[in-house]
Design a protein around this ligand. Sequence first.
Ligand code: PLP
Length: 383
Amino acid sequence: MNIPYGKQSIDRTDLEAVERVLTSDFMTQGPEIARFEEAFNQRMGAPYSIAVSNGTAALHLAVLALGLKPNQRVITSPITFAASANCVAYAGGVAEFCDIDPATYLIDLQKLEEMLKVKPHGYYAGIIPVDFGGLSVNLERVRALADQYGCWVLEDACHAPGATFTDSKGNQITAGDCTYSDAAIFSFHPVKHIACGEGGMITTSSKEVNQSLQVLRTHGITKDSNLMTENHGGWYYEMIELGYNYRLTDMQAALGLTQLAKLDWSLEQRNRIARKYDELFKKLGWPHQLTPGGCFHAYHLYVIQHPKRKELYDYLREHGVFAQVHYIPVHLLPYYQDLGWKKGDCPNAERYYDQCLSLPMYPTLTDEEFNYVSNLLISFDKQ
Ligand SMILES: *Cc1c(COP(=O)(O)O)cnc(C)c1O
């Protein structure tokens, strides 16, 4: 047996899509990008989607387009991939960490309010809530705090395409639809739901942010006569700000389209597997991520907690099951410790890290594989 914690699902339709692009005229900057963006708008419900080269590039461009300036502070969760915080440093800003809720593993909104209210209005420029594991943060509540304290909201929805929560009006809010956020970002790394090899997407409801992102992803260059100061003819372009080459290729966009078409199947399978895990851990009495009422979980990860996490990790590994730890708290990574963060700053996140383990969770996990993993967990429990 060799069972990873996550893996991509690629079928014939994916292969054919990539082959079609490879034998067409455009490998990049072709028609697949706009098609993928349009399909993404349709599925996620955001007015604008901007495809970029990876999720980290999406974060970097999003904070720039939202206006992050050097030395401004942005709050995020310590239980996330480092990129959620690193993007702030790319723009010269300062990432700060707000502790998590020990039951949902998401940023604790009570603690977030406490952080915000002891500082003057505008002290923090933005908030980057993370839909950890595939569970949506309650962005309606984040938005209310952000408006009160003068912050923008950038949802890191890398784990949560298709996840929803229910707002106070009873509406189902889809991750990345930008009802309550200024922008959201996704990753198409193969461990995520939509696998493009590398790839990312920014969604926004703001026309201005969209326009800024279009320019930033391709060197700060525009051919839009409304944005240019002069126009010398058909060849003419202007570089109006310092941008990057963060473009997605057409091969990746074509793959993104066929992968997106399978998202609902993937979510269904992941939820089916999660129900089986739920049942097992009810019997074993092991804690796992709590899903609040009204939420549809996207299950990028299925995370449990165990006091003998290291022994459990090693035991599974010896038997060919490659569970993983998500994540080492970002504030304790040496780079952030050098900036002054230390043990004790986010005690819930640190306690969580001591016990957390992500179990195999991917749509093609077979019943046989699930039973194999489940039997290992039962025998570990008996030891
Ligand atoms: C994967 C991930 C990213 C970064 O995406 P890449 O495509 O790998 O650059 C950012 N945030 C979170 C929460 C992620 O899981």
